[in-house]
Ligand binder design. Sequence first.
Ligand code: 4NP
Length: 154
Amino acid sequence: MKILMVCLGNICRSPMAEGILKSKLPGNFEVDSAGIADYHVNEKPDKRAIKTCKKHNIDISHQKGRQFTPSDFDQFDRIYVMDHANYSDVVFKARKEVDKKKVKLILSEAPEPTKDSIPDPYYGDIEDFEKVFQQLDKICTVIAEKLIKDIEVG
Ligand code: 4NP
């Protein structure tokens, strides 16, 4: 089972989501992340994202930015996006209906599903990164439980 996290720049939200979800899943799951834009390809995550995750014992410093490509629809079983703009941008690249069905707004997985977004902390400060971490940590706990159950059921 392969899961892809997508945000705009692939240096703040999706690298954090990748690290957090990975920390909650056994090794038979693969988690990766990508960005809609190509601004930060090959760059490490934002220093504030690395620092915030490190504080919670998650190391994301080895990650490298990459851009989302339509071939990701073939590689991944589920694609979680952080906000509505990401959703439109990813769905726009879908080649067929099955591609579209893989894409979900990450907070739609909450026990009481919402259409809320994970706010972009890029222009914010370290506290905004901590807030994003807490939101992602909560939702990734729910997602990990679901994924593990889905795999057991088969
Ligand atoms: P992310 O945040 O989508 O959570 O990685 C951003 C990072 C960089 C930019 C925008 C959003 N940027 O415009 O460079």
